[in-house]
Design a protein around this ligand. Structure first.
Ligand code: PHE
Length: 347
């Protein structure tokens, strides 16, 4: 028995198997215990001899068991250490950074371009007086031009601004008041852009949103001409879209500019030859502009005999769509990370 048991012990590989072995040979129902129970059948002379023998065997097996147990425990510990060791040469795990929203990238790039031309950046309220949004912009109450921009009204006098143009009046007024306070006859010239959100009662679709971003531009000085407007916009378009881009100005109507124009840039998809994106025209509209109406200047305290100016208002989403080839305005508001993650911030 001792020989078979020790041979079996040799072959064991895990602590689990060792436990089974212990039950089989040393346990209460094990083979040695069985032998001790069978001693009742022996004679009085045989009993001490067999008893001593069984005890020797038990001692030998127990000693072997303990030795083997220590060995297996050590082996298992070493195996675990090997498995759990840290490979310090593995590359680190990349931390996922967020990305800047494409509209913010475009707004900042546009700001940079105009800052380089000596413009200032201003911002104004999204909840605006009817006076600044319409009346100061030469759109009196009940004027048909109000239909051009369906409006969210807060009350009779207050609304969600439908355009950033009210900031033309606010900036002119502030500048004129400063000159008046300082006792000067004429206010300072103005060169400013105003990015901001505007609101229209529109049904949302691929090209319309009830809330969108505009950037207003306003230049008022002595001797400002329409060619200054065109040169500024062409330079702007080539910086933001690329040096090959052309612009075209179509006659249009805005109550606060005269003459007025809508400005297109060559299509991002076909480069101007005509495709589905630009409805075969080759052009994509990005802004409205014109020479500041004398009414707007006079209303805020500028002498329209002394000063002239140009203004423009561009749709930021349109610029971003043209720049990135995005065909549905709603992509800007859904914030799907699969799209947004393409716009890595360059901070
Ligand atoms: N405010 C006009 C619009 O939202 C755009 C514009 C701004 C036109 C400035 C002329 C001058 O449609």
């Amino acid at each position: 028995l001792q020989t078979t048991a020790l041979e079996a012990l040799q072959g064991l590989e895990t602590l689990g198997q060792l436990g089974d072995w212990k039950v089989q040979y040393l346990g209460k129902k094990g083979e040695l215990t069985g032998m001790l129970r069978g001693m009742g059948a022996l004679s009085a002379e045989e009993r001490p001899v067999v008893g001593a023998l069984v005890n020797d065997v038990r001692a030998a097996l127990e000693a072997a068991y303990e030795e083997k147990e220590a060995l297996l425990k050590k082996a298992e510990r070493e195996k675990r250490l090997a498995e759990e060791s840290v490979d310090v040469t593995l590359p680190g795990r990349a931390v996922k950074l967020g990305s800047e929203h494409p509209l913010n990238i475009v707004i900042r790039d546009i700001e940079d371009i105009f800052l380089g031309l000596g413009f200032q950046v201003a911002d104004g309220p999204e909840v605006e007086y009817d006076y600044y949004n319409f009346e100061a912009m030469n759109v009196p109450k009940n004027h048909p031009a109000r239909d051009m921009q369906d409006t969210f009204y807060i009350n009779e006098d207050v609304l969600m601004r439908t355009q950033t143009s009210p900031m033309q009046a606010r900036v002119l007024r502030a500048t004129a008041e400063k000159a008046k306070a300082e006792g000067r006859q004429h206010p300072d010239p103005v060169r400013v852009i105003v990015p901001g959100r505007v609101y229209r009662r529109d049904d949302d679709d691929a090209t319309h949103s009830h809330a969108f971003m505009q950037i207003e531009g306003l230049v008022v000085d002595r001797g400002i001409r329409m060619s200054d407007l065109k040169g500024t916009l062409l330079m702007f378009a080539r910086q933001i879209f690329g040096p090959e881009v052309e612009i075209r100005m179509r006659p249009s109507y805005f109550p606060f500019t005269e003459p007025s124009t809508e400005v297109d840039v060559t299509c991002f998809n076909c480069g101007g030859s005509g495709c589905r994106t630009c409805k075969q025209t080759g052009w994509i509209e990005i802004l409205g502009a014109g020479m500041v109406h004398p009414y707007v200047l006079e209303e805020q305290g500028y002498d329209s005999e002394e000063f002239t100016g140009f203004a423009f208002g561009m749709g930021v989403e349109r610029v971003a769509m043209r720049r990135y080839g995005i065909e549905d305005i709603r992509h800007f508001y859904q914030n799907d990370v699969r799209l947004m993650s393409h716009f890595k911030s360059r901070m």
